[in-house]
Design a protein around this ligand. Structure first.
Ligand SMILES: *Cc1c(COP(=O)(O)O)cnc(C)c1O
Length: 386
């Protein structure tokens, strides 16, 4: 039996969400190879996974993970600071640091946990954070947990950031600028060179969340690798759950930055270490990308092919949004695509701003050109793009 007051609260909240067409349900999806997904008894081609390289289904990596289970067991048994720091962790952290050309790295349970742990480890009351308005929910949560003062700046608008730094920076002790390599719901890139110059000039620390760039952009090394010389980024954050195909998050930076994070990030200290098989899979995936960096270019090639077929601007990443504005329209569109055999996510508020609901189409190295063309003709048939 549930208490009346709790029941009433739940019903009110659910009705509020439902009335805005924002209700979400988890639907059982059995992912198969080559971006196929079994859902509601039908087989769909998924254009909504972040498994950009198809590595979550890679046979060699699956074998490596199974071997790690045999060697180390299924769980890690404790937090990393107790006995959960499996030997594979240091191997993975060395690898990440070398790929990101940083002194050191620290692996977290997920990208979400990395953001909510790292930001409060560095910032507190009396400090100021400038954050791109389209940043991920975990970034905003990290900011709130830090108790620092924060200001959002207009998406990728360096003029606005500069203006806000000028107005606020000197009233606070330390300053952190937060942006993303590839924006998760828009697929565009941050102007990292310009941000890094603004950061340098104002003695602000720069943290870049490259969850959607690592493994797919800049020969798989992430957005910072698109430039030469590389922009000065103090804190690189990324995930092992997207292009890497496994699970976990990480930060890279100076040796002492990482030592401090290990000592302060509560989402690292007070949580159990990752299962060894997951770490082994991440390591195998990064090695695979390093040996075969061509694979990291295919998702963008597919996105470009699609965009040219449907007459959208050339994408900068494997994420292509199709804006339909209203929640209702985007739900209908996603349903129509599902009926035609394609799984494409309907992204609605509060994930994205009001009146900017969209189909979010993601491309993978596992898609065939034929599948990409089929999706394009379906999108043209349905006449979503005006
Ligand atoms: C997915 C994502 C995260 C969270 O990473 P997980 O490993 O899935 O927890 C953080 N930031 C951005 C920009 C993301 O897209």
């Amino acid at each position: 039996m549930i208490k009346d007051s709790l029941n009433k609260f739940i019903k009110e909240k659910l009705n509020e969400i439902l009335s805005k067409n924002q209700l979400r349900e988890v639907i059982t999806s059995h992912r198969l190879s080559r971006m196929k997904t079994k859902r509601n008894n039908s087989k769909l081609i998924s254009f909504s996974c972040n498994d950009y390289l198809g590595l979550s289904q890679n046979l060699i990596i699956k074998k490596v993970a199974i071997q790690a289970v045999k060697k180390y067991g299924v769980g890690s048994g404790a937090s990393r600071l107790i006995t959960g720091n499996n030997p594979l962790y240091s191997e993975l952290e060395r690898k990440l640091a070398s790929v990101k050309e940083a002194e050191a790295a620290c692996v977290f349970g997920s990208g979400f946990l990395a953001n909510i742990g790292v930001i409060p480890s560095l910032m507190g009351k009396g400090d100021i954070i400038f954050v791109d308005e389209f940043s991920h929910a975990s970034t905003f949560l990290g900011i709130r947990l830090s108790n620092a003062y924060f200001k959002t700046f207009n998406h990728n608008n360096m003029h606005d950031l500069k203006r806000k730094i000028k107005f606020y920076r000197n009233r606070y002790r330390n300053c952190l600028i937060l942006t993303e390599g590839v924006f998760s719901m828009d697929g565009d890139l941050a102007p990292l060179e310009e941000v890094s110059i603004l950061a340098k000039d104002s003695d602000s620390w720069l943290m870049v969340d490259d969850a959607h760039g690592f493994g797919v952009v800049g020969k798989g090394k992430g957005c910072s690798n698109l430039y030469s010389p590389k922009p000065e980024i103090d804190i690189h954050m990324g995930t092992l759950s997207k292009a890497i195909g496994s699970y976990g998050g990480f930060v890279c930076g100076s040796r002492n930055l990482i030592r401090l994070i290990v000592n302060r990030a509560r989402s690292q200290i007070y949580t159990t270490g990752l299962p060894p098989s997951v770490i082994a899979a991440s390591l195998a995936a990064i090695n695979l990308i390093e040996k075969n960096s061509k694979i990291s270019e295919i998702p963008l090639e597919n996105a470009k092919l699609f965009s040219s077929l449907v007459n959208l601007p050339e994408p900068k990443s494997p994420i292509v949004p199709v804006f339909l504005k209203s929640e209702k329209k985007v739900l209908e569109a996603s349903k129509k695509l599902e009926n035609a055999g394609f799984l494409v996510g309907a992204i609605r508020p509060p994930t994205v701003p009001k009146n900017s609901s969209r189909l979010r189409i993601t491309f993978s190295a596992s898609h065939t050109k034929h599948q990409v063309r089929e999706l394009a003709s379906e999108i043209i048939n349905l006449n979503f793009i005006k």
